[in-house]
Design a protein around this ligand. Structure first.
Ligand SMILES: *Cc1c(COP(=O)(O)O)cnc(C)c1O
Length: 458
């Protein structure tokens, strides 16, 4: 494999946060107390925290300076208008409804657009997105390309929608049953895989034919744009900013978790182009989040987001961000560890069903692997397999996802190359001793989004 070129960061470090080094004995006790669920570990007991890239990024000095400019007025905060301007300038959407994070926006758009019995096609489910669709009476249908379910396939755009599958769904249920297609950039649950511009354009054409909206889960749209620039013919000379704007232009509205791309610790929004929908959303946000000019956020949070959105579309930033992810992925490939290919934008996904092939899916191979990795080195990762997939709301039966993964998610601008070396060493060590590892059983299962709070025993 040829080594990739340097991806050195376009920043230097001004402040550091000290972290605790722990012993294997300490970690064994900690994971036991956490019910073998990395979500239930205390952050203090973690050395390198790759649980998620959500809200864990380091803000820039400019964002921190922006925090001091917080206008904490109840109504009409200046920071709201700055955020609105960023959303209009960078993404091109007309109307902004701020929310406390992405799921706040998902809740509102689902309640407004989904009726009981509706069908929601999408490029693979996301946990909170699907749940809000179901709570509103809808049923999610996966229309992602088959390659997305194959961790070995090197297909460069595994986030693509299979337009034939989508058209079959439309014909089967009727366009009037489909309030919108949910299109994510990049697809988190497939391993951070992008959708191509070509596919998106064709999706727009098809949905126009049937008069169906596209709602954009734009959580990692700038990361998706980077992959289009790198991989798709005809886009190499385009800026990330122009690609981001073009992607958004093919959609009718968006839900955003600003805790990812937009480099803030908290925040999100719903963005819309239709005045009627905006009016309704603005009305609903008052019930669930807060007034329409703050939506559950402090003025300072909106200011940091307004600045973070602009920083997120800088090429050098994105090159270093994804470069670091690829660096870790390449190291694991070199060591022979089975991972999802191609390496995604926000993390490296370990193929737990291949690594722990002697453990049945009912004994949670990915959950087990995440716990073992923590015990080995204090690296915290996350299960993305049968525990995350949950149960069918009608039959109560477990979903059996084809992918049983452990996600090593890289926060933006937080860890160094040496940290990535530690992670690679630890994963390799666990991999080499995999035959000794035994599975888990679930001893406590919460009703909703069980992966967050479920407990296990060996
Ligand atoms: C994180 C995320 C969400 C939900 O956003 P929150 O800010 O966590 O509420 C929705 N979709 C995708 C793809 C995400 O990664």
């Amino acid at each position: 494999m040829k080594a990739r070129k340097s991806w050195a960061e376009p920043f230097k470090i001004k402040m550091v946060e000290l972290i605790k080094m722990t012993t294997p004995k300490h970690r064994l006790k900690a994971i036991k107390e956490a019910g073998y669920n990395t979500f239930l570990l205390k952050s203090e007991d973690v050395y390198i925290d790759l649980l998620t890239d959500s809200g864990t990024s380091a803000m820039s000095d400019r964002q921190w300076a922006g925090m001091m400019l917080g206008d904490e007025a109840y109504a009409g905060s200046r920071n709201f208008y700055n955020l609105e301007k960023s959303v209009q300038d960078i993404y091109g959407y007309k109307y902004l409804v701020p929310t406390h994070q992405g799921r706040g926006a998902e809740h509102i758009i689902s309640q407004i657009l989904i009726k009981k019995g509706d069908i929601l096609p999408g490029n693979m489910y996301f946990t909170t997105t699907r749940l809000h669709q179901e709570l509103a009476g809808g049923t999610f249908v996966d229309v992602i390309v088959d390659e997305a379910h194959d961790p070995k396939s090197e297909f460069p755009f595994k986030g693509n929608i299979d337009l034939q599958k989508l058209e079959d769904v439309i014909k089967k249920h009727g366009a009037e049953k489909i309030p919108y297609v949910c299109m994510a950039t990049t697809v988190n649950m497939a391993g951070g895989q992008p959708i191509s511009m070509e596919n998106l354009k064709a999706l727009r054409k098809l949905t126009n034919k049937y008069n169906i909206r596209i709602i954009h889960d734009m959580t990692r749209v700038a990361e998706n744009a980077y992959f289009i620039k790198e991989r798709e013919k005809g886009y190499a000379n385009r800026s990330i900013a122009s690609l981001v704007k073009e992607i958004c232009s093919y959609t009718d509205g968006a839900t955003m978790s600003a805790k990812k791309d937009a480099l803030v610790n908290i925040g999100g929004f719903l963005a819309l182009n239709e005045w009627d929908l905006f009016e309704e959303a603005r009305n609903m946000v008052v019930i669930y989040e807060g007034l329409h000019t703050y939506g559950g956020l402090a003025g300072r949070d909106m200011e940091a987001m307004a600045i973070g959105i602009r920083e997120s579309v800088d090429y050098d930033h994105m090159h270093a961000r994804i470069g670091q992810v690829l660096y870790l992925g390449d190291k694991l490939v070199e060591a022979g560890v089975p991972i999802v290919h191609p390496i995604g934008s926000h993390g490296v996904f370990l193929d737990a069903s291949a690594i722990l092939s002697h453990i049945k899916q009912d004994n949670y191979p990915a959950q087990t692997l995440a716990a073992e990795l923590y015990i080995n080195s204090g690296v915290r990762s996350m299960e993305r397999g049968i525990v995350s997939a949950g149960r069918d709301k009608k039959t109560g039966k477990n979903y059996y996802p084809k992918l049983e993964l452990v996600r090593l998610t890289i926060p933006r601008r937080v860890y160094t190359q040496a940290h990535m070396d530690v992670v690679a060493e630890s994963v390799t060590d666990v991999y080499e001793n995999r035959k000794k590892i035994k599975g888990l059983k679930m001893v406590y299962e919460p009703k909703y989004l069980r992966f967050f709070q479920a407990r296990f025993e060996p």
